[in-house]
Design a protein around this ligand. Structure first.
Ligand code: SF4
Length: 332
């Protein structure tokens, strides 16, 4: 019954979204390209979904990946350790200069899949015991993803759908996803236009992402969990600390507290490693002192569901992927 409702919402969304294949203004880049004719916008997407990997991911927040420590107990297959069924899409509509997934976002590595093939990929992850389907950078692939989801629901798909986005999105597009997306997982990357201009050349990043996240919050204001404490629905906002940008971080944390709620999930990430073409200002490591100061600020404000990475990470650790490998992460 729930899947019937989802199918109807997907069909309605596709009616509104399909014209973008001929004149794409899905996101704030507003490239106006005809994807059906092979024209490519900033995201370099066509009409088919292009993706690099579909894997069980054990390094997301525990409410997404499960609570067992796969690194110390890799053979444990109980239901709370199955991992997040993560699909890494190629291309990106934002393209941060320091992107750790640059092989996908900038180099567009991956293979094109038909909606039937993508639906099969989703169902395989479900059969492997995935706790959810985690769509990484889905916005520019929205139309083929929805076509695949419709097919997957018709074949018994039933997991929570996680929308893992850079948040450089339009409210009108997100509005059509109401009732389809279960968990919104946006990054909120930059507060100041200077920081956004330096790192992405999109000084209007916060203007769009703040409105987009407000829309996500309108749709999913409350976090809900199953008995294993993995998330069923809600909003979890991620923020990656950048070196020397503590003021931007503090402004972001205060904006979330003042404009949304202290009960949204907030994931404060320390895993920054300079990748690809990092701007000069951030060609260094994050300071642990800055990270701790930002975390303490969030704790003082009273965020109820806070995810923290208690240490700084090195570039060769499991959180920096290599998408040239069959398994991009080092789980063992
Ligand atoms: S989705 Fe891609 S082609 Fe469409 S407006 Fe955004 S960047 Fe441009």
């Amino acid at each position: 019954m729930a899947s019937q409702l989802k199918i109807k919402k997907i069909q309605r969304a596709l009616e509104h979204l399909s014209p973008h294949e001929f004149h794409c203004t899905l996101c704030p880049q507003e490239c106006r390209v005809n994807r059906q004719e092979g024209e490519k916008g900033v995201c370099e997407s066509g009409v088919l979904a292009r993706l690099s990997h579909a894997v069980l991911h054990f390094g997301e927040e525990p409410v997404l990946s499960g609570y067992q420590n796969i690194l110390s107990d890799p053979l444990n297959k109980d239901s709370s350790s199955a991992g997040s069924g993560t699909i890494f899409f190629s291309g990106c509509n934002l393209k941060c200069l320091f992107c750790q997934n640059y092989q996908l976002s900038w180099l567009n590595q991956g293979n094109n899949l038909t909606p039937i093939e993508l639906a099969e990929t989703i169902l395989v992850l479900q059969s492997q015991g995935a706790l959810n389907i985690n769509l990484v950078s889905p916005m520019h692939m929205l139309i083929p993803i929805l076509r695949a989801l419709e097919l997957a629901y018709k074949k018994g798909f039933h997991l929570p759908v996680v929308y893992n986005t850079n948040a450089y999105e339009k409210v009108q597009t997100l509005n059509l996803l109401e009732g389809i997306i279960d968990v919104y997982l946006p990054d909120l990357k930059f507060f100041s236009s200077d920081a956004a201009r330096t790192c992405t050349n999109r000084p209007d990043y916060f203007q769009y992402s703040s409105l987009a996240i407000k829309e996500m919050f309108r749709q999913k204001p409350n976090l809900k969990f199953n008995k294993n404490e993995t998330v069923l629905e809600g909003l979890i906002i991620r923020h990656l600390f950048l070196p020397g940008m503590l003021e931007d971080t503090v402004n972001i944390i205060e904006w979330i507290a003042g404009n949304l709620s202290l009960s949204v999930g907030l994931s404060l990430m320390s895993q920054y490693t300079p990748c690809f073409r990092p701007p000069k200002a951030i060609q260094k490591k994050l300071s642990l002192k800055d990270y701790r100061q930002g975390v303490e600020h969030a704790q003082t404000l009273g965020f109820e569901t806070l995810f923290i990475q208690p240490e700084l990470f090195e570039s060769d650790e499991h959180l920096t992927p290599d998408f040239d490998k069959k398994i991009p992460f080092k789980w063992k």
